[in-house]
Design a protein around this ligand. Structure first.
Ligand code: GLN
Length: 181
């Protein structure tokens, strides 16, 4: 598959390395045409307020909405999850609403409190970097991983959202789940 990573800001390069390691073609996405050519999309971590500004500046909002209206798979991490959420709190900010969850920003701790953990009942390592908490999950959203009983990874059809950074651990299972080889 040809997997794009939104490459306006943040941790897109490590995601491309992850999907390439799985055998996919990984491409940075900065224009509507580049996006339309992809079979799947990654919305990386970074700073969601900066992402919002750059999506407007690069005039990508319509193209992203159009992409999400197809059934192509999406993997959204951390700031990407915040952009995708139906509702953002702590403080509230605009978002695109592709994924029916509410998130509270920076609620797993600030940068100095970034930490590594393991998902409940699994050996999946979780890297949290000023991570959002998923504080509400809509009826069509499945919780795939929890930490201390709280959802940290969810799935709504082919849309995978996670509060942590799977691209930083060397574990490719979540990328493989989103983008089957
Ligand atoms: N705290 C950042 C935000 O609110 C997200 C951090 C991250 O993506 N690692 O956008």
């Amino acid at each position: 598959m040809r997997i794009g990573a939104l490459a306006l800001q943040g941790g897109w390069a490590a995601h491309l390395a992850a999907v390439r390691a799985l055998g996919h073609t990984g491409v940075p996405v900065r224009t509507a045409d580049e996006l339309a050519a992809c079979d799947g999309l990654i919305l990386p971590g970074g700073e969601s307020t900066t992402h919002l500004r750059l999506i407007e500046r690069f005039a990508l909002r319509e193209a992203l909405d159009a992409f999400m209206a197809t059934d192509r798979p999406v993997l959204a991490t951390c700031a990407g999850l915040i952009l995708s959420a139906r509702e953002v709190l702590g403080p509230s900010q605009p978002s695109f609403g592709w994924l029916d969850v509410t998130v509270t920003r920076n609620a797993w701790g600030r940068q100095v409190h970034s930490f590594e953990a393991v998902a409940d009942g699994t050996d999946l390592a979780l890297m949290f970097i000023r991570a959002p908490r998923i504080t509400r999950v809509g009826p069509g959203v499945e919780i795939t991983h929890t930490f201390e009983g709280e959802p940290v990874a969810v799935r709504q059809g082919r849309f995978f959202g996670m509060a942590f950074h799977p691209e930083l651990t060397g574990d490719r299972r979540l990328h493989a789940a989103a983008f089957p080889v």
